[in-house]
Write a protein that binds this ligand. Structure first.
Ligand code: PPS
Length: 297
Protein backbone atom coordinates (compact mmCIF):
# COMPACT_ATOMS: atom_id res chain seq x y z
CA UNK A 1 0.00 0.00 0.00
CA UNK A 2 1.38 3.46 -0.82
CA UNK A 3 2.54 5.14 2.35
CA UNK A 4 0.86 8.46 1.75
CA UNK A 5 -2.72 7.44 2.39
CA UNK A 6 -4.54 6.25 5.42
CA UNK A 7 -7.15 3.56 5.61
CA UNK A 8 -10.56 5.11 5.46
CA UNK A 9 -14.20 4.21 5.66
CA UNK A 10 -17.46 5.54 4.27
CA UNK A 11 -18.16 9.02 5.64
CA UNK A 12 -21.16 11.26 6.20
CA UNK A 13 -22.07 14.51 4.51
CA UNK A 14 -22.30 17.66 6.63
CA UNK A 15 -23.78 20.94 5.34
CA UNK A 16 -21.49 23.95 5.04
CA UNK A 17 -23.51 27.09 4.25
CA UNK A 18 -26.20 24.75 2.97
CA UNK A 19 -23.89 22.64 0.76
CA UNK A 20 -23.46 18.98 1.77
CA UNK A 21 -19.75 18.22 2.01
CA UNK A 22 -17.92 15.11 3.23
CA UNK A 23 -17.60 15.47 7.03
CA UNK A 24 -13.79 15.59 7.02
CA UNK A 25 -13.94 18.50 4.56
CA UNK A 26 -16.65 20.30 6.54
CA UNK A 27 -14.57 20.02 9.73
CA UNK A 28 -11.58 21.80 8.25
CA UNK A 29 -13.52 24.29 6.22
CA UNK A 30 -12.59 27.48 8.13
CA UNK A 31 -8.93 27.00 7.27
CA UNK A 32 -9.84 26.40 3.61
CA UNK A 33 -11.92 29.60 3.49
CA UNK A 34 -8.99 31.54 4.90
CA UNK A 35 -6.56 30.22 2.26
CA UNK A 36 -5.03 33.03 0.26
CA UNK A 37 -3.58 32.02 -3.12
CA UNK A 38 -0.84 33.83 -5.02
CA UNK A 39 -2.04 35.83 -8.03
CA UNK A 40 -0.09 33.46 -10.31
CA UNK A 41 -1.92 30.36 -9.00
CA UNK A 42 -4.42 28.69 -11.33
CA UNK A 43 -7.67 27.19 -10.04
CA UNK A 44 -9.36 24.25 -11.81
CA UNK A 45 -12.90 23.87 -10.55
CA UNK A 46 -15.77 21.54 -11.39
CA UNK A 47 -18.72 19.62 -10.06
CA UNK A 48 -17.35 16.09 -9.40
CA UNK A 49 -17.02 13.76 -12.40
CA UNK A 50 -17.01 16.52 -15.02
CA UNK A 51 -13.56 15.95 -16.54
CA UNK A 52 -11.42 17.58 -13.84
CA UNK A 53 -8.52 15.12 -14.06
CA UNK A 54 -8.49 15.34 -17.85
CA UNK A 55 -8.30 19.14 -17.68
CA UNK A 56 -5.62 18.99 -14.96
CA UNK A 57 -3.42 16.77 -17.13
CA UNK A 58 -3.85 19.04 -20.15
CA UNK A 59 -2.97 22.09 -18.05
CA UNK A 60 0.10 20.39 -16.55
CA UNK A 61 1.32 19.40 -20.02
CA UNK A 62 0.68 22.92 -21.33
CA UNK A 63 2.69 24.40 -18.45
CA UNK A 64 5.54 21.95 -19.17
CA UNK A 65 5.64 22.34 -22.94
CA UNK A 66 4.19 18.86 -23.52
CA UNK A 67 6.99 17.11 -21.62
CA UNK A 68 5.41 13.77 -20.63
CA UNK A 69 8.29 12.80 -18.34
CA UNK A 70 8.01 15.98 -16.28
CA UNK A 71 4.29 15.42 -15.96
CA UNK A 72 4.99 11.98 -14.50
CA UNK A 73 7.02 13.57 -11.69
CA UNK A 74 4.25 12.75 -9.20
CA UNK A 75 0.65 11.65 -8.99
CA UNK A 76 -1.99 14.17 -10.01
CA UNK A 77 -2.99 14.68 -6.36
CA UNK A 78 0.56 15.76 -5.52
CA UNK A 79 1.09 17.89 -8.62
CA UNK A 80 -2.19 19.76 -8.17
CA UNK A 81 -3.31 19.95 -4.53
CA UNK A 82 -7.00 19.32 -3.95
CA UNK A 83 -7.81 22.50 -2.01
CA UNK A 84 -10.44 21.30 0.43
CA UNK A 85 -9.30 17.71 0.95
CA UNK A 86 -8.31 16.96 4.53
CA UNK A 87 -5.64 14.72 5.98
CA UNK A 88 -8.34 12.16 6.83
CA UNK A 89 -8.03 10.88 3.28
CA UNK A 90 -4.48 11.60 2.23
CA UNK A 91 -1.55 11.91 4.57
CA UNK A 92 -1.25 15.54 3.58
CA UNK A 93 -4.24 17.81 3.23
CA UNK A 94 -4.59 20.11 0.23
CA UNK A 95 -3.55 23.05 2.40
CA UNK A 96 -0.47 21.21 3.72
CA UNK A 97 0.67 20.37 0.20
CA UNK A 98 0.10 23.94 -0.93
CA UNK A 99 2.30 25.19 1.89
CA UNK A 100 5.18 23.08 0.58
CA UNK A 101 4.88 24.36 -3.00
CA UNK A 102 6.01 27.64 -4.50
CA UNK A 103 3.63 29.56 -6.77
CA UNK A 104 2.58 29.34 -9.50
CA UNK A 105 0.54 26.33 -8.36
CA UNK A 106 -2.38 24.58 -10.03
CA UNK A 107 -5.13 23.93 -7.50
CA UNK A 108 -8.11 21.61 -7.85
CA UNK A 109 -11.46 22.21 -6.20
CA UNK A 110 -15.04 21.00 -6.41
CA UNK A 111 -16.38 23.83 -4.28
CA UNK A 112 -19.36 25.74 -5.62
CA UNK A 113 -18.61 29.34 -6.55
CA UNK A 114 -19.87 30.82 -3.27
CA UNK A 115 -17.59 28.60 -1.16
CA UNK A 116 -14.37 29.35 -3.08
CA UNK A 117 -12.05 31.36 -0.81
CA UNK A 118 -12.36 35.09 -1.60
CA UNK A 119 -8.61 35.34 -2.08
CA UNK A 120 -8.92 33.70 -5.51
CA UNK A 121 -11.11 36.56 -6.73
CA UNK A 122 -9.24 39.31 -4.85
CA UNK A 123 -6.00 38.13 -6.45
CA UNK A 124 -7.62 37.66 -9.85
CA UNK A 125 -6.34 34.08 -10.16
CA UNK A 126 -6.95 32.40 -13.49
CA UNK A 127 -9.85 29.98 -13.03
CA UNK A 128 -10.88 27.17 -15.34
CA UNK A 129 -14.33 25.70 -14.77
CA UNK A 130 -15.09 22.32 -16.36
CA UNK A 131 -18.72 21.37 -16.86
CA UNK A 132 -20.31 18.16 -18.13
CA UNK A 133 -23.94 17.49 -19.00
CA UNK A 134 -26.02 16.47 -15.99
CA UNK A 135 -27.04 13.03 -17.23
CA UNK A 136 -23.53 11.74 -17.91
CA UNK A 137 -22.34 13.39 -14.69
CA UNK A 138 -24.89 11.59 -12.52
CA UNK A 139 -24.05 8.23 -14.15
CA UNK A 140 -20.33 8.76 -13.59
CA UNK A 141 -20.95 9.95 -10.01
CA UNK A 142 -23.01 6.82 -9.23
CA UNK A 143 -20.18 4.52 -10.36
CA UNK A 144 -17.70 6.69 -8.47
CA UNK A 145 -19.66 6.49 -5.24
CA UNK A 146 -19.73 2.72 -5.51
CA UNK A 147 -15.96 2.45 -5.81
CA UNK A 148 -15.02 5.39 -3.55
CA UNK A 149 -14.97 3.75 -0.14
CA UNK A 150 -14.73 7.12 1.61
CA UNK A 151 -18.04 8.51 0.33
CA UNK A 152 -21.52 7.70 1.61
CA UNK A 153 -22.86 4.49 0.02
CA UNK A 154 -24.79 5.55 -3.09
CA UNK A 155 -27.67 3.07 -2.87
CA UNK A 156 -29.59 1.94 -5.97
CA UNK A 157 -29.62 3.97 -9.19
CA UNK A 158 -33.30 4.96 -9.04
CA UNK A 159 -32.98 6.62 -5.63
CA UNK A 160 -29.59 8.07 -6.55
CA UNK A 161 -31.03 10.07 -9.47
CA UNK A 162 -33.58 11.54 -7.05
CA UNK A 163 -30.81 12.57 -4.65
CA UNK A 164 -28.93 14.19 -7.55
CA UNK A 165 -32.03 16.13 -8.61
CA UNK A 166 -32.58 17.29 -5.02
CA UNK A 167 -28.95 18.37 -4.57
CA UNK A 168 -28.35 15.88 -1.76
CA UNK A 169 -25.07 14.39 -3.01
CA UNK A 170 -21.62 15.62 -2.06
CA UNK A 171 -21.05 19.22 -3.27
CA UNK A 172 -24.78 19.79 -3.49
CA UNK A 173 -26.86 20.77 -6.47
CA UNK A 174 -25.24 20.25 -9.89
CA UNK A 175 -27.71 22.82 -11.25
CA UNK A 176 -26.63 25.55 -8.82
CA UNK A 177 -22.96 24.63 -9.27
CA UNK A 178 -22.88 25.05 -13.05
CA UNK A 179 -25.07 28.19 -12.86
CA UNK A 180 -22.96 29.75 -10.12
CA UNK A 181 -19.79 29.80 -12.21
CA UNK A 182 -21.64 30.54 -15.46
CA UNK A 183 -23.15 33.73 -14.02
CA UNK A 184 -19.77 34.94 -12.74
CA UNK A 185 -17.63 33.89 -15.69
CA UNK A 186 -17.31 37.29 -17.33
CA UNK A 187 -16.86 39.37 -14.19
CA UNK A 188 -14.29 36.97 -12.77
CA UNK A 189 -12.57 36.05 -16.06
CA UNK A 190 -13.40 32.36 -15.60
CA UNK A 191 -12.73 30.09 -18.59
CA UNK A 192 -15.83 27.86 -18.88
CA UNK A 193 -14.97 24.58 -20.59
CA UNK A 194 -17.38 21.80 -21.58
CA UNK A 195 -16.46 18.10 -21.40
CA UNK A 196 -18.47 17.51 -24.57
CA UNK A 197 -16.45 20.15 -26.47
CA UNK A 198 -13.24 18.45 -25.32
CA UNK A 199 -14.50 15.12 -26.66
CA UNK A 200 -15.70 16.65 -29.92
CA UNK A 201 -12.57 18.60 -30.72
CA UNK A 202 -9.80 18.15 -28.14
CA UNK A 203 -7.28 20.18 -30.12
CA UNK A 204 -9.54 23.23 -30.24
CA UNK A 205 -10.09 23.04 -26.47
CA UNK A 206 -6.39 22.48 -25.72
CA UNK A 207 -5.68 25.63 -27.74
CA UNK A 208 -8.36 27.57 -25.82
CA UNK A 209 -6.76 26.50 -22.55
CA UNK A 210 -3.31 27.42 -23.88
CA UNK A 211 -4.44 30.94 -24.84
CA UNK A 212 -6.19 31.46 -21.53
CA UNK A 213 -2.93 30.56 -19.77
CA UNK A 214 -1.07 33.09 -21.99
CA UNK A 215 1.06 30.35 -23.52
CA UNK A 216 2.08 29.82 -27.11
CA UNK A 217 3.22 26.29 -27.94
CA UNK A 218 4.16 24.77 -31.29
CA UNK A 219 1.66 22.78 -33.34
CA UNK A 220 3.68 19.62 -32.68
CA UNK A 221 3.55 20.12 -28.94
CA UNK A 222 -0.19 20.73 -29.07
CA UNK A 223 -0.64 17.50 -31.07
CA UNK A 224 1.43 15.63 -28.49
CA UNK A 225 -0.69 17.00 -25.65
CA UNK A 226 -3.87 15.88 -27.42
CA UNK A 227 -2.42 12.35 -27.79
CA UNK A 228 -1.15 12.18 -24.22
CA UNK A 229 -4.54 13.16 -22.85
CA UNK A 230 -6.66 10.80 -24.97
CA UNK A 231 -8.87 8.64 -22.74
CA UNK A 232 -7.06 5.33 -23.36
CA UNK A 233 -3.65 6.90 -22.79
CA UNK A 234 -4.73 8.46 -19.51
CA UNK A 235 -6.39 5.21 -18.46
CA UNK A 236 -2.98 3.51 -18.71
CA UNK A 237 -1.08 6.34 -17.01
CA UNK A 238 -0.52 5.44 -13.32
CA UNK A 239 0.05 9.10 -12.42
CA UNK A 240 -3.50 10.07 -13.38
CA UNK A 241 -5.63 6.91 -13.21
CA UNK A 242 -5.79 6.93 -9.40
CA UNK A 243 -4.34 3.42 -9.06
CA UNK A 244 -1.90 5.16 -6.70
CA UNK A 245 -4.67 5.10 -4.07
CA UNK A 246 -5.22 1.89 -2.11
CA UNK A 247 -8.34 -0.24 -2.45
CA UNK A 248 -9.54 1.03 0.92
CA UNK A 249 -9.94 4.45 -0.68
CA UNK A 250 -10.81 3.75 -4.36
CA UNK A 251 -11.75 0.13 -5.01
CA UNK A 252 -11.22 0.00 -8.77
CA UNK A 253 -12.26 -3.65 -8.91
CA UNK A 254 -15.80 -2.22 -8.53
CA UNK A 255 -15.38 0.48 -11.20
CA UNK A 256 -12.33 2.14 -12.78
CA UNK A 257 -11.67 5.80 -12.14
CA UNK A 258 -11.11 6.05 -15.91
CA UNK A 259 -14.35 4.23 -16.54
CA UNK A 260 -15.81 5.00 -19.97
CA UNK A 261 -14.91 8.55 -20.92
CA UNK A 262 -17.82 9.07 -23.28
CA UNK A 263 -20.63 11.46 -24.10
CA UNK A 264 -24.07 9.83 -24.02
CA UNK A 265 -23.37 6.86 -21.75
CA UNK A 266 -26.47 7.97 -19.78
CA UNK A 267 -28.56 6.27 -22.48
CA UNK A 268 -27.30 2.93 -21.16
CA UNK A 269 -28.54 3.74 -17.65
CA UNK A 270 -31.68 5.92 -17.72
CA UNK A 271 -35.00 4.24 -18.48
CA UNK A 272 -37.28 6.30 -20.81
CA UNK A 273 -39.39 7.22 -17.74
CA UNK A 274 -36.38 8.32 -15.71
CA UNK A 275 -35.13 10.36 -18.66
CA UNK A 276 -38.49 12.12 -19.10
CA UNK A 277 -38.76 12.95 -15.40
CA UNK A 278 -35.16 14.19 -15.30
CA UNK A 279 -35.68 16.40 -18.39
CA UNK A 280 -38.85 17.91 -16.97
CA UNK A 281 -37.12 18.75 -13.70
CA UNK A 282 -34.04 20.04 -15.59
CA UNK A 283 -36.18 22.51 -17.57
CA UNK A 284 -37.55 24.00 -14.37
CA UNK A 285 -34.21 24.27 -12.64
CA UNK A 286 -32.36 25.69 -15.64
CA UNK A 287 -35.04 27.94 -17.09
CA UNK A 288 -33.51 31.30 -16.06
CA UNK A 289 -30.25 30.61 -17.84
CA UNK A 290 -29.13 29.06 -21.11
CA UNK A 291 -25.95 27.07 -20.67
CA UNK A 292 -25.27 25.15 -23.90
CA UNK A 293 -24.94 21.62 -22.52
CA UNK A 294 -25.08 18.72 -24.95
CA UNK A 295 -26.11 15.22 -23.92
CA UNK A 296 -24.91 13.66 -27.17
CA UNK A 297 -22.51 14.50 -29.97
S1 PPS B 1 -13.25 13.71 -10.02
O1 PPS B 1 -13.14 12.50 -9.14
O2 PPS B 1 -14.47 14.45 -9.68
O3 PPS B 1 -12.07 14.54 -10.01
O4 PPS B 1 -13.48 13.09 -11.48
P1 PPS B 1 -13.26 13.86 -12.86
O5 PPS B 1 -11.86 13.76 -13.24
O6 PPS B 1 -13.89 15.21 -12.80
O7 PPS B 1 -14.17 13.02 -13.85
C1 PPS B 1 -13.97 11.65 -14.10
C2 PPS B 1 -14.67 11.33 -15.41
O8 PPS B 1 -13.89 11.88 -16.49
C3 PPS B 1 -13.52 10.82 -17.37
N1 PPS B 1 -12.22 11.10 -17.98
C4 PPS B 1 -12.03 11.29 -19.30
N2 PPS B 1 -12.91 11.31 -20.32
C5 PPS B 1 -12.41 11.49 -21.56
N3 PPS B 1 -11.09 11.65 -21.83
C6 PPS B 1 -10.17 11.64 -20.82
N4 PPS B 1 -8.89 11.80 -21.08
C7 PPS B 1 -10.66 11.46 -19.49
N5 PPS B 1 -10.05 11.39 -18.28
C8 PPS B 1 -11.03 11.17 -17.38
C9 PPS B 1 -13.52 9.60 -16.46
O9 PPS B 1 -13.50 8.41 -17.21
C10 PPS B 1 -14.80 9.85 -15.68
O10 PPS B 1 -15.97 9.71 -16.47
P2 PPS B 1 -16.78 8.33 -16.68
O11 PPS B 1 -18.02 8.73 -17.45
O12 PPS B 1 -17.11 7.78 -15.34
O13 PPS B 1 -15.90 7.44 -17.50
Amino acid sequence: MPDDQIVSSRRLLVPVKGIPLPDHIAEGFDAVSAFCPHPSDVLISSYPKSGTTWTQEIVDLLLHNGDAERCRRASIIKRHPFLEVSSHLFKESGLALLKEMDPPRVIKTHLPFQLVPDGFWENKCKTIYVARNAKDTVVSYHYFHQMNQTSPAPGPWEGYIQKFMRGQLGYGSWYDHVKGYWEEREKKNILYVFYEDMKENPRREVERLMKYLDLSLSDDVISRIVELTAFMTMKENPMVNYTFLPKTVFDQSISSFMRKGDVGDWKNHFTPEQSAEFDEDYKKKMKQVHIPFRTQL
